[in-house]
Every structure is written in structure tokens, then in C-alpha cells.
Design a protein around this ligand. Sequence first.
Ligand code: PGA
Length: 269
Amino acid sequence: MKKKRGVFLAGNWKMYNGPGAARSFLSKLVERVKSSQTIEKAIMEHRLVVALFPPALSLHVFREGKEMFPFLKYGTQNVHWEKEGAYTGEISVPMLQEMACDYAIIGHSERRQLFGETDIAVGKKVCACIAGGITPVLCVGETLEERERNSTFEVVERQLTEALKDVSPKDVLASLIVAYEPVWAIGTGKNARDEDAQDVCRHIRELLSRRFGEEAGEAVSILYGGSVKPGNVEGLLRQADIDGALIGGASLQVDSYLEIIEGALKVLA
Ligand code: PGA
């Protein structure tokens, strides 16, 4: 089997871990990472990326601690495409830049399903991020009903096509991460089987290669998300087209997030 070039781990905290909890999580994580030479080494050698996506109100804790934990990357769970304006409740790319964010999750299924986010809005957000030097983590994935109707590939293709309509091959090469998250696997404890997740991730890579060229398709990191936990991360990461994981529940506690990091290290070894 081909050796992994690297693994990207992204912890999506959703609406958990306010500033107080974020601060204690980070100090515990930093202490544990510093005492493990293997984790630090893998990060320094760019074989492993460890990122967290806290609620926006906790971002300043990451910003303030950036010097203390330069190994840790972070970003937001959403962003508006306009730079500023009368958009109550929204945050913009310049605000993310001020917080020194590396990434933004775009089009998470909870945003699509609970907040009516459309493919068109997702596309605008992706473009705004790329223009502002924030790497989008673009989420795609089918519902249970769509899977049972055998339309997984079709759904993922529509979501990708809309979201990347105005994106160039150069943008894809420099700045794009895609997360395949089957909606039925999110927060349910039921993850996709390794080979099913691999099939969809390979399909995503083929679509990207077809649209943006082989080099761009190969360069994009494709993550799997949906009930990733210490017990299943290794099998998923061993799949050829799965370059990392988007982790919700299991990223909320330092211990389980660290166990996932350890699992990734085994795959990299
Ligand atoms: P989960 O969430 O790991 O709790 O299923 C994943 C996600 O929503 O990104």
C-alpha cells in the first residue's frame, strides 16, 4: 500500500467549549504534546497537521496562545462572504485574519440542514476564504435517504460543482481541503465502513482531477468525518484516498483527541 504523505486532523467543536473550557483544553493539550516527541516531530516534519475549530467566541484564546503552541492550527466553523456589513450574527474573513485563523469549515451539513445554507452560499464562502488566504475545509456528503437511493456520488458531485464553480486550478492547488461527511454518520456513533468512505473519497478525487487537473486532484487533502473515534480512526486513515479526519464529539476531550492523534501516528509510521 502506498505510504501516507501526511495526515490532517481537524477537531470540530461545534457549539461546545467556550473560552474557559478552550483555555484548559489547550493548556492540557500543549503539555501532553510537548511531552511526546513523536507528535511534535511529525508536526514539525509536516507529516501531521493538528487543527481545532472552536466556536468563534473562543478564537481569541487560540490567538493569544499562538506563540505558546505554534504547532496547533485553527479556524472557524463558518464565515460570511462579505467583508463587512449589516449581517447580524455573522463574522467575516477579515475578522478571521485578525484572529490569525488558518482555516474555515464551509458547508457543514448542520449549517446546510439547520440553517438553510445553500450550495450557492457555500460557493461564495469558499471564494471569499480563498481570496483572503484562509483555506476552506469544504464539507460534502449525502443523507441516509440519498444513500439508500444510491445517489451518494451524484449528491457529492453537485455539492462540489456548485461550491467550486468560480475556483481555479491554482486555487485548488494552493488552498483547498474537502471533507466527506455522510450526514447519517454525524453524531450518530455510526461511521461509514472504511471501504465505503474510501469509495466516495476516491470519487471526490477523480472529480477534482477531472475538473482541475491531475496535479490539483492529487494535492487536495480529503478528510472523512462522521463518528470518527480512537477505535476507528486507523482503519479509515489507512485508505488510499483518505488524508485525514474531521472529528466532532471525540475532539472535545483532550484524552480522546490525543488517542486519535496517536492512531494517526501509527498510520504514518
Ligand atoms: P462527529 O461529528 O464526529 O461527532 O460525528 C463530525 C462533524 O460533524 O464534523
